[in-house]
Write a protein that binds this ligand. Structure first.
Ligand code: BDR
Ligand code: CA
Length: 312
């Protein structure tokens, strides 16, 4: 089987960084490009961090593009309180030597989808959906050419993390999320319902350190860093490793299960802006537009991560 071709749209973010590493370590996937978006930290930092991660993986050949520096219609909300000032706090890594590509991320997404055969490029958004919505808005002809969108965002049973009602990626740009969920593309959603079960553990961090590699040390130190915030917030053994769930789904879909349901995005709520209203119990009569994941095999997920990260 030829590798599945993907574009990772991201706001690194330590968990984004692990998702990128997992993809770069996996021969089943060909990363056509990485598109940075403003989210966890401002765009200049997410575009920098994406290149740091490529260089850490020894993949300075991966083209990295900077995209939108703010949501479609709102001011940017960031999450330094979780990810630190740089977005990638935890270990000191060298400034990237590789250059950003001159093209805008949105143009790269549009041109790639127009150039490649229809149905062969999968989008993997793991930050706010601004770049993806902007691409769909600029070039609606690309929408039917997308193989699948596999995104991290939203919640139903877990409801919210940045507000009581909303998950961060959707909350930052709800108008963009609304556009993507209405677009009619095949959509797989990794919500907090799943990622709050994908908790790191001391044993896993030890195993990473035991690899004796730069990648193992970096991932362990990133997890140590954001665990401090998440453990204080949620209690429990470890911290949710959100974004790599998307890449793990592409590699091992059998680790996950969910339901094909209708999901709409609240853009007008007094208290609920950014809420993903998922019709899990199928009571609305609205047509299904997303495969909404509900559970993960945690042991399988973390052993996949260890096995793949060990290759870098
Ligand atoms: C999402 O928000 C970000 O902080 C993480 O990188 C992840 O994409 C979780 O709500
Ligand atoms: Ca992210």
């Amino acid at each position: 089987m030829p590798p599945r071709r993907i574009i990772i749209d991201t706001d690194p973010g330590q968990d984004d960084a692990v998702a990128i590493l997992l993809a770069l370590a996996s021969p089943e996937l060909e990363v056509l490009g990485i598109t940075a978006v403003a989210g966890n930290v401002p765009l200049a930092l997410t575009a920098r961090n994406a290149r740091i991660v490529c260089e850490l993986a020894g993949r300075a050949d991966i083209p990295v593009f900077a995209g939108c520096d703010r949501p479609l219609e709102r001011r940017l909300v960031t999450a330094e309180h979780v990810h630190g000032k740089t977005g990638l706090d935890g270990i000191a890594l060298p400034e990237p030597a590789m250059e950003l590509q001159p093209a805008h991320a949105v143009d790269f997404i549009v041109e790639t989808l127009r150039r490649e055969p229809a149905g062969t490029v999968t989008l993997v958004p793991i930050g706010p959906l601004t770049n993806i919505a902007a691409a769909f808005r600029t070039a609606p002809d690309i929408i039917p050419r997308v193989a699948e969108v596999v995104l991290m965002g939203g919640a139903y049973f877990e409801v919210g993390n940045i507000t009581p009602a909303a998950e961060f990626n959707i909350y930052v740009d709800p108008e963009a999320a609304d556009a993507v969920f209405r677009a009619g593309v095949p959509l797989v959603v990794m919500p907090l319902d799943v990622t709050h079960r994908a908790l790191t553990s001391a044993a896993w961090l030890d195993a990473l350190r035991g690899l004796g590699t730069r990648v193992g040390a970096a991932v362990a130190s990133w997890c140590d860093f954001f665990e401090r915030f998440d453990k204080a917030k949620y209690g429990g053994e470890g911290a949710p490793l959100h974004d790599p769930c998307t890449v793990a789904y592409l590699l091992r879909p059998q680790l996950f299960s969910g339901r094909h349901v209708n999901v709409v995005i609240e853009t007008q709520g007094a208290f609920t802006t950014g809420m993903t209203v998922a019709d899990w119990w199928r009571v609305s009569g609205r047509p299904a537009n997303a495969h909404f994941i509900g559970s993960v095999d945690r042991v399988g997920y973390f052993s996949l991560l260890t096995e793949r990260l060990a290759r870098l």
